[in-house]
Design a binder for this molecule. Structure first.
Ligand SMILES: [Zn+2]
Length: 427
């Protein structure tokens, strides 16, 4: 545990998160389709008003840290598509906490939520659509991570993002992830928070958050798929390794919430912004509360047959959102303080033999002081063993590669660890 990270987690405030969720709900609707409605904007309502406030909130945090955040927007016009009738401007808002080490500042870890909302009718651009849980809660996690982590310095870069267009079909995140790919951003991890409000229902478990991750990558090539059919690896996407990393962070830091790893990209019938990043080959996970109440999502607020419908602030458990924000902040900070993962990790398979030799290139950025080899049984869900092998780029273990899955990660002298990298076979 890094005491600096532990101290930062104590700064995460349920009151601040509540104020931000209530502020977002106060825009009455954040429908992406409200973007052209001038009269809504004049009355302080709609997605444009919400976006302007997000920019001002990020700028407020930046002013408090001597201008440490670059506050930006990314705008794209979504052409008519599923649930978009006319060309619609979609604007994502983000703040960049630039890494302080020139050799590591190109590495990026990112946290996001979607700030748009909807009610019963996807095309209703003016009706009340509070979206307190879906997804003011996730937006508030991104904001709170920015507020707390901007008081620290990191060698790598952290991006705090809020996207729009999610309810029409993940459009804001799709445009953003494409832009990141086009610009050559080295994104190591994406934490998507969507429905992390801890809805106050009888079946809720306020000490658990579900973490969804893809298995076979959405971006897998035909060659990747062929290798998986023979050698496995269907549970070792970058996104899956990120999920395991989050589980480890959850065991290391007192966040108050336990990550429950779910080995699928999202829930049945649902999708999320993590998929947009997966499709571009980035590693991404989705955080969602343990038990959702579907009466409180995508509904016009109303009472019918004694059931209260609507995504209202009163159903949100702000202490829970704060716990999820702590888990996000601890993960972002751990990765941004860690050395880069080792490059070109290979498992030598030239000869038939019962031991295993791994090789890799040194971690770019010169922060690694040693490497760790992880392994587990092929049928085990999470890493079972780790071995510190020192500052070397080759290691042979008396373990049969036929029975286990290996990975290598970088560490520094202070206990920060990179994401693990699963080796490619090399003949
Ligand atoms: Zn959502």
């Amino acid at each position: 545990m890094d005491s600096q990270i532990a101290a930062a987690l104590q700064q995460v405030s349920a009151q601040q998160i509540q104020a931000n969720v209530e502020k977002l709900v106060g825009f009455y609707t954040r429908s992406t389709l409200s973007v052209r409605d001038e009269s809504l904007l004049k009355s302080g309502r709609g997605i444009v008003a919400a976006r302007l406030w997000l920019v001002s909130e990020f700028e407020r945090y930046s002013n408090e840290c001597g201008g440490c955040l670059d506050v930006e927007t990314y705008r794209a016009v979504q052409q008519p598509a599923d649930r978009i009738a006319t060309p619609t401007e979609i604007t994502d808002v983000y703040a960049v906490l630039k890494g302080t080490d020139p050799a590591n500042s190109r590495r990026i870890v990112l946290v996001t939520g979607h700030y748009d909302s909807r009610n019963s009718a996807n095309d209703d651009a003016t009706g009340f659509a509070p979206g307190a849980n879906d997804d003011a809660s996730g937006t508030a996690v991104s904001l709170e991570c920015a507020r707390v982590l901007s008081k620290m310095k990191f060698p790598a870069t952290i991006v705090f993002l809020a996207v729009a267009g999610e309810e029409q079909g993940l459009y804001g995140s799709a445009h953003f992830a494409e832009m990141a790919k086009d610009r050559g951003w080295q994104i190591e991890a994406v934490l998507n928070n969507d429905i992390v409000g801890g809805d106050k229902n009888a079946a809720q478990n306020p000490s658990v958050v579900r973490v969804f991750s893809e298995g076979v990558p959405l971006a897998a090539t035909e060659q990747d798929l062929r290798r998986m059919r023979y050698l496995g690896g269907e549970s070792d996407s970058g996104s899956r390794e990120l999920a395991r990393y989050i589980a480890e962070v959850g065991r290391t830091y007192p966040t108050g919430v336990n990550p429950m790893l779910i080995f699928r990209v999202d829930r049945y019938l649902r999708g999320g912004d993590q998929e947009s990043f997966d499709e571009q080959g980035f590693s991404a996970v989705r955080f969602t509360e343990y038990r959702e109440d579907f009466h409180h999502q995508h509904q016009n607020p109303r009472t019918e047959s004694g059931i209260e419908y609507g995504d209202l602030p009163k159903f949100v458990d702000y202490d829970y959102v704060a716990r999820v924000a702590r888990l996000n902040a601890a993960t972002l900070a751990s990765l941004a303080l860690a050395p880069a993962p080792p490059a070109n990790v290979h498992l030598l398979t030239k000869d038939l033999e019962n031991n295993s030799t791994l090789t890799w290139d040194v971690s770019p950025g010169e922060r690694a002081t040693a490497y760790e080899i992880l392994w587990r049984s092929t049928s085990a869900p999470d890493w079972e063993h780790q071995l510190l092998v020192g500052n070397v780029t080759r290691s042979t273990l008396q373990i049969s590669k036929d029975e286990v899955i290996f990975a290598v990660r970088s560490t520094d002298g202070a206990g920060h660890r990179s994401l693990p990298v699963v080796p490619l076979p090399e003949r």
